[in-house]
Design a protein around this ligand. Structure first.
Ligand SMILES: C[S@@+](CC[C@H](N)C(=O)[O-])C[C@H]1O[C@@H](n2cnc3c(N)ncnc32)[C@H](O)[C@@H]1O
Length: 206
């Protein structure tokens, strides 16, 4: 029998009230900002492996979601419909746009010059209690840095809103984030200290 393809590192055996995810959306191999006149080299595919929606749906995020929990999820504009489908497939109800990130730089697009990225929020059960700050702003204006690197300010605002809840960042790049658990292909496994990519490359003999 041929074994199932391993798509993801194992998720923790824990439950979280706040889940913050930045999925590696698939661009069908195309550059992310391939609008007219684009000299852009920012295609996601050049920086990390991307994952198709039907595979992202396979990730059992509902198994780590507390009965009352929120999912904050980044979505690039062309992936908005997929992002809403994904949040629902992971067992959450669509809520609203939590954050709008003004990157303070424009990229060519097919319709308008793109400048913003959205962080959506989905809900399972009730909004986790106790709540912290209720006056957190939606708009984050921060100049874009490295490819797909999100502003720390968004995580900080989520902490302000839910200071007491257990939190995890999915598809994280940095392992040590104070107050958060982290999971992703670039995060070393706590026991083996190896990343998913290292194990995959070894299994493939490359
Ligand atoms: C959009 S980036 C996340 C960027 C991050 N939020 C930041 O601010 O730096 C997506 C991440 O998903 C990771 N990734 C890609 N395929 C994965 C997989 N199959 N399982 C887990 N993580 C994966 C990539 O290595 C990359 O770090």
């Amino acid at each position: 029998m041929i074994g199932r393809r391993v798509l993801f590192p194992p998720l923790p055996n824990e439950c979280y009230a706040v889940i913050y995810a930045d999925p590696p959306w698939d661009y069908k191999g195309q550059l992310q900002h391939a609008g007219p006149g684009s000299g852009d080299s920012g295609g996601a595919i050049r920086h990390y492996e991307t994952v198709q929606l039907q595979d992202l749906i396979e990730l059992d995020v509902s198994s780590i979601a507390a009965d009352d929990s929120l999912l904050f999820m980044w979505a690039t504009s062309p992936h908005l419909d997929q992002a809403i489908d994904l949040g629902k497939a992971w067992g959450f109800a669509w809520a609203t746009v939590a954050f709008v990130w003004d990157k303070q730089r424009v990229n060519p697009g097919f319709y308008t010059m793109s400048q913003c990225e959205l962080c959506l929020v989905f809900k399972r059960g009730r909004i986790p209690a106790p709540r912290g700050a209720r006056n957190v702003r939606q708009l984050v204006s921060e100049r874009r840095s490295d490819h797909s690197r999100k502003p720390i300010e968004v995580r900080r605002r989520i902490e302000e809103m839910f200071p007491r809840q257990r939190k995890i960042e999915l598809f994280a790049r940095d392992a040590d984030i104070h107050g958060w658990d982290t999971w992703g292909a670039e995060i070393p496994h706590p026991q083996t200290e190896r990343t998913f990519w290292q194990d995959q490359r070894e299994a493939a003999g490359t």
